[in-house]
Ligand binder design. Structure first.
Ligand code: C2E
Ligand code: MG
Ligand code: MG
Length: 721
């Protein structure tokens, strides 16, 4: 289609170009023809001068004779003969001259061959008499013919009336008979190579008269003409090219055709190329713009595009005082399915789910995918909030039937949170946040249900906002600090590192542990400022530990929410580099959830961190669903076994077996193992025997302030630096 269009356009350009070329060449042809005509005109002017010259030369004899007779009208044959013989020279084209006193031919010279003319009374010859009358009327030479002569042959005849000088009496007529063919040949009008000539206008009638010399077809060739002036009237002398046409044939402009056509072709090819690449570009742009708006797996609008539509819906509802609902759908236990059946099965399931949700909504409602297993639905034109619940129930029911994937029958359930405009929020951001909160409420109320955003959720959201603002203020006012808990080598029982743990010295509530602020900070985004603060402070403190003779490594916790972009990671590296301690002494503790497959961006950042020399540790290991597969794919250095397993170990053989299995797995993957929550010597011994390299727990020290740490661990000599 696109190619066809390009070809068509190129052909049109080519056609137009050739047409233009033909016009240009035609113009040139016309100019050439005009030049040719003006050359012909020059030629013609020269021939006319010769024809007029030769005619006049022949007429001189008649004029002289006329003057003689006018002076002495009585003329006898001998005088006539003497007079004429003197006048006629050989170079003239005069065949003979006749004199007809009283219109009867009495004298003719030369007589030989012309005897028959003697005695001819012009009045008895109607044709000749007419021209005689014309001459009498004009009182000058009238050239007539070519006419058939009485004595045979054809010739031009010039006639002039003679009046006696004395009496002014009409004497008669003198005729001169001119051999026109010889005269025209001598004038160069017959048998010339490049040109064809012709004369018309017998009896001096110019352009309109009969043809005197030349072929009739000449006048069909649009000849150039000039008048040949006669004593009375004129002839028309015409010329045309011997070949017939004034214009050179179009093909004789060969190189112009070739060059012009080549240029046109090049232009057409260029246009084709430009157009084809432009159309290709347009196609590519259309694809890109589609990809920017739609999720490639399910072809549903993605987050950005959905948010744009949500914003439009808010505008429209505000204008029309309308109402609509936002449904936030999260699939229950999707991660387990993804883990156990694999990525492709997970994708397939998401496609099925998106199809089912789409099938349950009305034409002008909108479904979007927010990534992972999160879907959103915009239910427009809501007459009552209960309508939204009906849609939610329909969607949940539609999810229910088992899906067959890779030979397994998989059942899936979802939880739906509902927020209604305008009661539950007036901006897209608020509506989304509240629908999300409602979805979490639905999940904790027992999955597979829907939940409206309500007052208690609102209070929770409001308290989140309040805590968020408090955290921000607390950071500015220096209410946060960092405690350190020792990490001990299981063999030597020496402290080799510390874990940095955030604390909040709240002005009213006293010293608060992370449970009071980290989850909210993660939720509201305040974690970013907090995380930077903890890293910055820990780096400064590490320098002080070193100065006090404590050569310790530092472990620091990072939430998945902090892995936003490359800039964050680069900023962390900057903070570390500024303290001047080698990066290899730093370990970032992350939770298993970061390793889940749908977090490509975070995975890139993790790899980057590792490549930059930062060690990675999986915190609280055993709680989540990390498969060995995920671990293998990441450059993780360390596993921290969750303290739940450690504390249960004493009483439960299962917990013991589990810890043993976890350590074995870690060893198989060449990972260092840390046991958290070690509270007794017995636990420490058992964990050391199982092969845990590092131990951490109240048994070795609670999290403490820097000063306390230095006080407890630093060699006495350098304790007070
Ligand atoms: P975590 O990284 O697993 O840290 C260890 C937690 O276990 C600490 O709680 C510590 O006080 C506690 N603990 C250590 N030994 C024992 C023991 O023998 N028995 C018992 N019962 N508990 C022990 P804490 O300081 O309340 O920190 C809780 C969680 O908060 C941390 O768990 C970590 O995930 C998070 N956290 C702390 N500081 C930060 C931070 O700066 N950034 C981020 N993102 N998260 C942090
Ligand atoms: Mg930790
Ligand atoms: Mg932990």
């Amino acid at each position: 289609m696109r190619l066809g269009l390009s070809i068509l356009a190129a052909l049109a350009v080519l056609l137009f170009g050739q047409l233009l070329l033909a016009l240009i060449i035609h113009g040139e042809q016309q100019r050439d023809a005009d030049l040719y005509r003006s050359a012909a005109l020059q030629e013609l002017a020269a021939r006319r001068a010769r024809v007029e010259g030769l005619l006049n030369a022949n007429l001189i004899s008649v004029r002289t004779l006329r003057a003689e007779i006018a002076l002495s009208p009585s003329i006898d044959p001998r005088r006539f003969e003497r007079l004429v013989s003197e006048l006629l020279t050989a170079d003239l084209h005069t065949r003979h001259i006749a004199a007809a006193p009283d219109l009867v031919i009495r004298h003719v010279y030369p007589r030989a061959g012309n005897e028959e003319a003697l005695g001819l009374d012009y009045r008895s010859n109607a044709e000749q008499f007419e021209s005689i009358q014309a001459a009498i009327e004009a009182e000058d030479i009238v050239i007539n013919g070519p006419v058939d002569l009485v004595q045979g042959g054809r010739a031009l005849i010039g006639r002039v009336p003679v009046y006696e000088r004395e009496s002014d009496r009409f004497w008669g007529v003198i005729s001169v008979v001119i051999d026109h063919e010889r005269l025209f040949r001598d004038a160069g009008l017959i048998g010339t190579g490049q040109w064809r000539f012709g004369i018309r206008g017998a009896d001096g009638s110019g352009t309109d008269g009969e043809i005197i010399v030349g072929e009739a077809s000449l006048w069909g060739l649009d000849p150039v003409t000039v008048p040949v002036e006669l004593p009375v009237g004129s002839w028309s002398l015409a010329a045309a090219p011997a070949g017939g046409a004034w214009e050179r044939p179009l093909m004789s402009y060969g190189w112009r055709w070739a060059a012009g056509s080549a240029l046109n072709l090049a232009l057409a090819v260029l246009i084709f190329g430009l157009l084809a690449s432009r159309l290709r570009l347009q196609g590519a742009l259309a694809t890109i713009s589609r990809q920017a708006r739609f999720d490639s797996l399910t072809e549903l609008p993605n987050r950005e595009f959905f948010m744009y539509q949500l914003e439009e819906a808010v505008h429209a509802a505000r204008r029309d005082r309308g109402s609509f609902a936002l449904l936030f759908i999260d699939l229950d236990h999707f991660k387990e399915i993804n883990d156990s059946l694999g990525h492709e099965a997970g994708d397939e399931l998401l496609r099925v789910v998106s199809g089912r949700i789409r099938g349950m909504i009305r034409g002008n409602d909108l479904v979007g995918r927010f990534g992972g297993d999160e879907f959103v639905v915009l239910v427009r034109e809501l007459s009552a909030p209960v309508d939204a619940e009906i849609v939610a129930t329909k969607v949940l029911n539609a999810l229910h039937p088992a899906v067959s994937i890779k030979g397994h029958d998989v059942t899936i359930e979802g939880s739906v949170g509902i927020a209604v405009y305008p009661d539950d929020g007036q901006t897209p951001g608020d509506l989304l946040k509240h629908a999300d909160l409602a979805m979490y409420a639905a999940k904790s109320a027992g999955r597979g249900t829907s939940y409206f955003f309500n007052d208690s959720l609102r209070r929770q959201a409001e308290s989140h906002l309040a805590v968020h603002n408090e955290i921000k203020r607390g950071l500015v006012e220096g209410q946060f600090c960092v405690f350190y808990q020792p990490l001990v080598d299981s063999a030597s029982r020496k402290v080799v590192g510390v874990e940095a743990l955030a604390r909040w010295r709240h002005p009213e509530r006293g010293l608060l542990g992370p449970a009071h602020f980290i989850p909210v900070a993660e939720h509201t985004g305040a974690i970013r400022g907090l995380g930077d603060f903890v890293l910055q402070r820990a780096c400064e403190d590490l320098v002080r530990m070193r100065r006090s003779g404590l050569d310790l490594n530092l472990s620091i916790n990072r939430s998945s929410r902090e892995f936003n972009d490359r800039r964050t990671v680069m900023r962390w590296l900057d903070i570390i580099d500024q303290c001047g301690i080698a990066r290899e002494h730093f370990t970032f503790e992350i939770t298993e959830s970061v390793l889940m497959p749908d977090r490509a961006r975070q995975h890139r950042l993790l790899r980057r961190l590792n490549a930059e020399g930062i060690g990675l540790s999986i915190d609280d290991f055993g709680q989540g669903y990390s498969s060995v597969n995920y671990l293998k794919k990441f450059p993780v250095r360390q596993l921290k076994i969750d303290r739940v397993f450690v504390s249960d170990m004493e009483d439960s053989p299962e917990a013991r077996a589990l810890v043993e299995a976890l350590v074995k797995m870690a060893q198989a993957l060449h990972l260092e193992v840390v046991a958290e929550g070690v509270e007794s010597e017995a636990q420490a011994d058992r964990l050391a025997a199982l092969g845990c390299q590092l131990l951490q727990g109240f048994h070795f020290g609670r999290p403490m302030a820097l000063e306390q740490l230095i006080e407890r661990l630093a060699p006495r000599s350098v304790r007070r630096e």
